[in-house]
Design a protein around this ligand. Structure first.
Ligand code: AMP
Ligand code: MG
Length: 423
C-alpha cells in the first residue's frame, strides 16, 4: 500500500562529497565518517503488512500494542492452585471440575485449597497462582497428590514478562528480519511504516567488457562486477536496477547517467574511475558531476569516485572485481543503507587467532580474503586483486590496521564475516 501524499526527503547537495582542503590520503575511518556526514535518507515511506517486512527498514519506531504475554498463564501442563494453601511435604488437593486450556479460559474461580487441571498457555483462573508439573503428580478422578514445597508462582508466566504494552520494541532505522516478523505479530502489530526500497543502479564501463552469453576472445573480459553488484544490492534489501554495460564513450556514458538519474536513488559504476586515458567516468564526472576522487588509504582499492549526477549520488567503484567488492562492502553498503533510511552501519568484526603470517607496511589499511579454519582465520593464498576466485573461496575479510603490522600465527586479528556485510 503506497501513500502518495507522503513527502520524499530532499535530494543531497551537489557538493556533499567535498573533502576538507588539504586532505590527501584519507584513512578508512575518516572516509567513512565523511561519507556518513555527507548523506541522508532519500526515500519515501510506505505501509506494509507484518508478513512482508523482512529486509525492510522501519520509518517509525514500533511500540507493543499489547503486553506479551497479555495475561498470566501456565508455562506447563499440570495442576494449578493457590500457593498459600500448600506447604512442605506431601500435598493432597481436591480437584475442581473443568479445566483451563490455551484459548479456552476457565471462567470460574478455584476455591482456596483446591486444584484445577491446567494446560500450557492457559490463562491462570482466579484463585490460581502456581502450577505443579503433571509429571510430578499422582492423580485420581477427584484428587491430585504431589510433594511440596513449590515456589510461589512456579511454572507460570507473568503478564508482560517478555514485553510490556507501549514499550518501544524496534527503533526507527531498524532493518527487520524473519524473527522480527514473529515479534510484530506476537504484539498485535499488523502493519508498519517502512521506507520504500532504495533503487540502486549498477552499470559497468569498459570497451573490453562482454557478457558471458557469448564465446569471447582472450582480449575481452567478462563483466563480473555487474552481476555481483546487482546481487549485493539485493542482499542489502535494495531494488537493484541493471543499467547495463556502457562503452568507454563519453556521450554514451552521459546518456546512461541521465537515464539512471531518472530511475535510481544511487548509481554504482565500476571501472574507468582512475585518471587513465580511458577513464571516462572520472573525466565526465569531474566536468559535470562535481567529482570528488577520495584517495582512501586502503588495499585493495583505487580512488573512490564520489559525484552527483542530476541530484543522484554516483559512487565510482574500481574496475578490478576484488577491489570493487571490497569498496562496495566497505563504502557502498553503509552509504546505501543510510540513503535507504537505516542507521549508519559499521560491520561487526571479531578478534580471532591468525592461522597465517604477514608483515605489512604502514600507510594503508588492508583487507584480506579470509575464512575460519580449525586453528584460526586463514587467508587466501594470493593477495593479487585480480584473483576473483578468492572472493568465492573466502567467507569474510581480515582487516589489518592502518599502521605497520607483523602478524604471527596465533596473534589476534579482526575478522569480518561476509554476513556482517549482509552477504
Ligand atoms: P579500469 O578501472 O577500468 O581500468 O579497470 C581495471 C581492471 O578491472 C581492468 O583489468 C578491467 O578490465 C577490469 N574490469 C573493469 N570492469 C570490470 C568488470 N565489470 N568485470 C570484470 N573486470 C572488470
Ligand atoms: Mg576501464
Amino acid at each position: 500500500m503506497t501513500q502518495p501524499d507522503m513527502p520524499r526527503p530532499p535530494k543531497l547537495r551537489d557538493d556533499c562529497f567535498a573533502l576538507p582542503a588539504g586532505v590527501d590520503w584519507t584513512p578508512v575511518d575518516e572516509a567513512l565518517a565523511l561519507l556518513n556526514a555527507a548523506i541522508d535518507c532519500v526515500v519515501g515511506v510506505e505501509q506494509v503488512s507484518h508478513a512482508n517486512v523482512v529486509g525492510r527498514i522501519l520509518a517509525q519506531p514500533v511500540t507493543a500494542r499489547r503486553s506479551n504475554p497479555p495475561a498470566p498463564n501456565s508455562a506447563v501442563d499440570g495442576y494449578g492452585f493457590a500457593h498459600e494453601a500448600t506447604g512442605e511435604g506431601d500435598q493432597l488437593l481436591p480437584l475442581t471440575d473443568g479445566r483451563a486450556a490455551a484459548g479456552a479460559a476457565y471462567g470460574g474461580s478455584v476455591p482456596q485449597g483446591s486444584a484445577i487441571r491446567i494446560l500450557t498457555g492457559a490463562i491462570l483462573p482466579e484463585g490460581v497462582d502456581t502450577v505443579v508439573l503433571e509429571e510430578d503428580c499422582n492423580v485420581t478422578a477427584t484428587h491430585v497428590a504431589f510433594r511440596g514445597p513449590l515456589r510461589p508462582r512456579a511454572n507460570t508466566r507473568k503478564a508482560g514478562e517478555d514485553v510490556v504494552k507501549g514499550a518501544e520494541v524496534f527503533a526507527k532505522g531498524h532493518m527487520l528480519r524473519a524473527q522480527d516478523a514473529g515479534l510484530l505479530a506476537a504484539l498485535g502489530v499488523d502493519e508498519v511504516q517502512v521506507f520504500k526500497p532504495l533503487r540502486v543502479g549498477v552499470l559497468s564501463t569498459g570497451d573490453e567488457l562482454v557478457t558471458p552469453d557469448i564465446e569471447a576472445p582472450a582480449d575481452r573480459t567478462y563483466d563480473a562486477n555487474r552481476p555481483m553488484l546487482l546481487q549485493v544490492a539485493k542482499a542489502w534489501g535494495c531494488e537493484a536496477v541493471d543499467l547495463g554495460h556502457i562503452r568507454d564513450d563519453r556521450d554514451a556514458l552521459a546518456a546512461g547517467l541521465d537515464d539512471a538519474a531518472q530511475r535510481c536513488d544511487i548509481i554504482l559504476t565500476s571501472g574507468g574511475a582512475s585518471a587513465g586515458d580511458e577513464d571516462h567516468v572520472s573525466a565526465l564526472l569531474r566536468e559535470q558531476g562535481n567529482l570528488q576522487a577520495w584517495r582512501i588509504a586502503l588495499k585493495p582499492g583505487r580512488p573512490l569516485a564520489l559525484a552527483m549526477w542530476q541530484g543522484v549520488p554516483v559512487l565510482g567503484l574500481p574496475g578490478n572485481p576484488v577491489a570493487a567488492f571490497v569498496c562496495a562492502v566497505m563504502f557502498a553498503r553503509p552509504a546505501c543503507l543510510k540513503l535507504a533510511g537505516a542507521a549508519w552501519q559499521d560491520p561487526q568484526g571479531f578478534l580471532v587467532p591468525a592461522a597465517f603470517e604477514k608483515r605489512k607496511k604502514p600507510g594503508r589499511r588492508e583487507y584480506l580474503r579470509a575464512r575460519m579454519g580449525p586453528s584460526g582465520v586463514e587467508v587466501f593464498a594470493s593477495e593479487g586483486s585480480g584473483r576473483i576466485s578468492g572472493l568465492s573461496w573466502s567467507e569474510g575479510l581480515v582487516e589489518l590496521p592502518d599502521g605497520e603490522a607483523v602478524i604471527a600465527q596465533g596473534d589476534l586479528v579482526r575478522y569480518i564475516p561476509y554476513r556482517s556485510f549482509g552477504l
